[in-house]
Design a protein around this ligand. Sequence first.
Ligand code: GTP
Ligand code: MG
Length: 319
Amino acid sequence: MGVTGSGKSTFIQTATGDRSVGVNHGLRSCTREVEVHSVRIDGFQVNLIDTPGFDDNKRSETEVLQTISTYLAKASTNQVLLNGIIYVHSIMQTRMGGSGIRSLGILERLTGSHNLDNILLVSNMWDALKGTVNNDGQYLTGQQVGELRERELQMNPEFWKGLIDQGAHTSRHCGGSWESAHELIRRFLCPESNKGVGRPMKLLLQMELVDQHKRLEETEVGNYINKKLYEGQQKLEKEIMELRRRHQRSLDKYGASSGASPSDIGSQLEEKKKGLNDVRKNSEILGKRVDQLISDHGIKVATPVGRTSGSHAGLCNVM
Ligand SMILES: Nc1nc2c(ncn2[C@@H]2O[C@H](COP(=O)(O)OP(=O)(O)OP(=O)(O)O)[C@@H](O)[C@H]2O)c(=O)[nH]1
Ligand SMILES: [Mg+2]
């Protein structure tokens, strides 16, 4: 998991050697559906589950949640559980923007506090860092720049610290090599010798959707997304009311026949109404329960592979 462009698909392509994994070198978000790619590591069949980022620039958070939830619900129904989550963060990022912080909030709520020790927060793109001169006129190598950013991620409660304090682990994917990718995945292979890290886990979202039969909006993560949606809806409704008032004032002042209603009010109104319509579509998605999610044929879902809740020797599922 991770924000769009952080290098999730590249990590999977590197780990599996599978060139069919979609990687995008442009500016648009790439991975649209959940995809499963497999590789053998130390005799284990490792299934790596690629996901879209929640800050996808073509789809809303709600639509991405729908895609990921549908996969996870289907997996849980088929007794397929995850052994770990790798959260990819590009160390090239100079700022932790709002979408990065939200993406971590989503990760925490989707996973549940009882599973956070099965999360590995991984920084990548160390190879692309460049040296710079700091505010004191001191030259820092690319590696030093990365180390400063990494420390800030680990020390700031808004960034990684909250998750680390609850058990999440951190690591680097250096050089972008398959050896480094396999080494990171190895942490999930032997829970017996790794303090339980890598044990099959039922995510909070899976418990809420499948076992407790909640609507998406009633789950922790759905509620988090719904709150932002609701704020957006209120803002749009206020703006529409204001535009209508302006429209009416202009009609009162110049009359309808004068054509003096500024055309920009009309186009702004149309845009806001479209926004409100999108909010309603997203609310509809958040109102769905597990059966509606799974039977929705508009969503392509990769078949969850590997049974890990019962006998799971030789299998490992990492998202
Ligand atoms: N230098 C360097 N570039 C990387 C690394 N990992 C990924 N990239 C580049 O980052 C860009 C985005 O990579 P993707 O793997 O498509 O990112 P993603 O997270 O799957 O993005 P979405 O599918 O849109 O969510 C590509 O140009 C990759 O080549 C790395 O370790 N080093
Ligand atoms: Mg991708």
